[in-house]
Design a protein around this ligand. Structure first.
Ligand SMILES: NC(=O)c1ccc[n+]([C@@H]2O[C@H](COP(=O)([O-])OP(=O)(O)OC[C@H]3O[C@@H](n4cnc5c(N)ncnc54)[C@H](OP(=O)(O)O)[C@@H]3O)[C@@H](O)[C@H]2O)c1
Length: 402
């Protein structure tokens, strides 16, 4: 085969007499039809590739009258003899993670060619901004979405809009108010009644720049909404997660400006009184907690094969996050044309949820759809353990009172 004539300069062009085929488990193999020779390596580049195990959404495999395999795109009503998964092949020989996407990548580019039928994503805060775009993108590729949101009216409107876009969308609103642990408990009980398994637990909901405000459980709101309730929900839903599940936690690059002391961490630091509260600093601290939680959870659930990732979606992305102060609204609006749009802002969440190359990995932080080194403090294992223990203690105290 070394002597085969190469007709074009395309790297992946096959020499004559060679055909590319896909096995049932998604590995591409190359067949020399003249010599009846089969191999996994590309005959010219020596690369090994695989494709998604499932056919892309809307595609069906069948056989024609001559017993030849054909692929039908049910949406576009067209058929082909070429396996449509071949358009989405990925190299796998290299055990290092390659950067395939960047800051401009849209969620749809990551999902292209995927079929998420039969899979379930639970997205907190899916009624607005990045969470909504995450739910929308996954749903458009067949994934069932649990909208874990508090505002029924707004969520129903958003779900209707998605159903107009995709009449086959599977969407389910289950109400949760993250300022209240009892609501979180009831929410988890309902989820467990309706579902046996969750593939993607996407902890996205958040608040930013709030005036000091206590929740009905008596905690500072940013701490409870962005960290504690998500921590609690994750544990409550543990039985629905297995080695095919990923927990994806939306943090922020602002974690780098956190001021949590390395140790000892106290309840007062996490849940400060009004005199010690500055909304920006509290947000940064709690976004650090998101990464610390991800790291500790990854460690605790390593033996279960569950992947846990934290991520930054983008800077000053125009969403409702700035709603709590006119000044933030002005800033977010002023920079809108220079920052990621929603489709780009959802892409790192989507990447962490579905990228095949992340299988078997856990305890990582991502930015722009690629691994990123988080702050030194977020890798402090003692701090992560301390946060876990304090979060448990605070939850137990609240539950005992109610
Ligand atoms: N936008 C950015 O530039 C940026 C940058 C870095 C990180 N992030 C992170 O990205 C995530 C998504 O934020 P976003 O920008 O998309 O903001 P957003 O548009 O304000 O969305 C936040 C979502 O969280 C929900 N939420 C807030 N409080 C809740 C509660 N008590 N119970 C249940 N749901 C609650 C909101 O629901 P309601 O509408 O009912 O309040 C909304 O659906 C957040 O974790 C944020 O920290 C955003």
């Amino acid at each position: 085969m070394d002597h085969c004539h190469v007709e074009t300069d395309s790297e992946d062009e096959l020499p004559s007499n060679w055909e590319e085929r896909v096995s049932a488990n998604g590995f591409i193999h190359y067949v020399n039809v003249e010599k009846n020779q089969i191999q996994l390596n590309h005959p010219r580049t020596n690369k090994m590739k695989r494709v998604p195990v499932e056919l892309p959404y809307n595609w069906k495999k069948t056989v024609d009258a001559d017993n030849k395999v054909i692929y039908i795109n049910e949406l576009e009503n067209r058929e082909t003899k070429t396996d449509p998964r071949l358009a989405f092949s990925q190299e796998f020989a290299n055990d290092k993670l390659r950067q395939r996407f960047d800051s401009s990548t849209k969620a749809v580019s990551i999902l292209y060619g995927k079929n998420l039928t039969g899979q379930v994503a639970l997205v907190t805060g899916a009624s607005s901004g990045i969470g909504y775009e995450t739910a929308r993108s996954l749903s458009n590729f067949g994934c069932e979405i649990i909208f874990a949101c508090r505002n029924e009216k707004v969520t129903n409107e958003k779900m209707k809009a998605l159903e107009v876009e995709n009449s086959r969308a599977k969407l389910n609103f289950i109400q949760v108010d993250l300022t209240n642990l009892k609501s979180c408990k009831e929410f988890c009980d309902k989820v467990k009644l309706q579902y046996q398994h969750i593939n993607y637990l996407i902890l996205n909901a958040g608040v930013f720049g709030l005036p000091y405000y206590l929740t009905s459980d008596g905690l500072e709101t940013t701490f409870q909404v962005c960290h504690l309730s998500h921590f609690y929900i994750t544990q409550q839903l543990s039985s629905l997660l297995n080695e095919n599940s990923r927990v994806v936690i939306v943090s922020s690059e602002s974690h780098r400006f956190a001021s949590l002391p390395a140790l000892p961490l106290t309840k007062e630091i996490l849940n400060p009184p009004p005199a010690k509260y500055w909304s920006m600093l509290q947000y940064n601290n709690i976004k650090l907690c998101n990464i610390l939680f991800a790291m500790e959870l990854a460690k605790k659930w390593q033996s279960r094969g569950i992947s846990v990732f934290a991520l930054h979606p983008g800077n000053l992305v125009s969403t409702n996050l700035s709603r709590h102060w006119w000044f933030y609204k002005v800033i977010f609006a002023a920079v809108k044309s220079f920052t990621k749009n929603l489709e780009q802002a959802a892409s790192t969440t989507i990447y962490c949820s579905i990228a095949d190359e992340l299988k078997g990995l856990s305890g990582l932080y991502f930015n722009n759809c690629y691994i990123c080194q988080p702050s030194k403090l977020s890798l402090n294992e003692n701090l992560a353990t301390e946060l876990w223990n304090l979060s448990d203690e605070i939850i137990n105290e609240i539950l005992q009172k109610t």
